[in-house]
Design a binder for this molecule. Structure first.
Ligand code: DGL
Length: 266
């Protein structure tokens, strides 16, 4: 059991931000990553479709004996976490990216928090509901920023086009006075610096990657599941081949990566 990999999935490159943090915090663990590039973006899909995709991907990750299935996608966390836990909790530990961030924010006592994410995540109201449950007096401003995922997946980062789009979204008056901004999409850490700059680095920009990885470490440790074998093998799968995925994956995991196309939808 200890040697089994940590399964991680997202619609595309976004979950690599989480996979990267996992490898930094747990370098002795093997990971198996699935990017569902055939169905990207998830943020525009219905909750039912995302639940269906997430269920099949989880089965795929379990075929590789994943001891943990980490939903490295906010849209899937908001739509499918409960159903995945219900269906697979006896086969693997299921972890989402929203609850750990909500727990973290609870320790920080912010008065006004902004959340940006896909249409699916924002319309689900998951962050707002969960934050309010823990900290009823916190004001939560939620804003869908649907252009950011296609922009990132198309490689528009660190340039004038992405700066203009980010500025157009974040200059929304409702966000005035926020103390923290949750990056409620795992793609967004790729442009975290550009986002922080819009707020003159005065707002704490919170992303899930490191927070969730520390939770994974704690859970593995508690369950005596940390890999102590010294054998590490990382594998990356996508459902549709894109050169951009490979480029970003190499940016995060310097050098060669073991990337294959998995035909799980045919
Ligand atoms: N990175 C995902 C998220 O956290 C999915 C983005 C998308 O495919 O729309 O929501």
């Amino acid at each position: 059991m200890k040697e089994q990999p940590i399964g991680i999935f997202d619609s595309g490159v976004g979950g690599l931000t989480v996979a990267h943090a996992i490898k930094q915090i747990l370098p002795r663990e093997s990971i198996i990553y699935f990017g569902d590039t055939a169905h990207l973006p998830y943020g525009d899909k219905s909750a039912e479709s995302i639940r269906y995709y997430s269920q099949r991907i989880t089965e795929f990750l379990l075929e590789y004996n994943s001891k943990v299935v980490l939903i490295a996608c906010n849209s899937a966390s908001a739509s499918a976490f409960d159903s995945l836990k219900q269906e697979f909790k006896n086969k693997a530990i299921i972890i989402d990216v929203i609850d750990p961030v909500v727990e973290y924010l609870h320790t920080r006592s912010f008065k006004k928090i902004g959340v940006i994410g896909t249409k699916r995540t924002i319309s689900s109201g998951t962050y707002e509901t969960k934050i309010k449950e823990k900290s009823p007096s916190t004001t939560v401003i939620s804003l869908a920023t649907p252009l950011l995922v296609p922009m990132i997946e198309e490689g528009f980062i660190f340039d004038d086009i992405s700066n203009a789009i980010i500025r157009a979204y974040l200059s929304n008056e409702a966000l005035a006075g926020i103390q923290a901004l949750i990056l409620g999409c795992t793609h967004y850490p790729i442009i975290k610096n550009q986002i922080s700059k819009i707020f003159n680095f005065d707002v704490e920009v919170v992303d899930s990657a490191r927070i969730v990885s520390l939770i994974v470490k704690e859970i593995l440790d508690k369950n005596d599941l940390l890999n102590d074998s010294g054998k590490v093998k990382d594998q990356f799968f996508i459902s549709d081949y894109t050169t951009y995925f490979e480029k970003i994956a190499r940016m995060f995991f310097e050098g060669e990566i073991n990337l294959k196309k998995a035909d799980i939808w045919s």
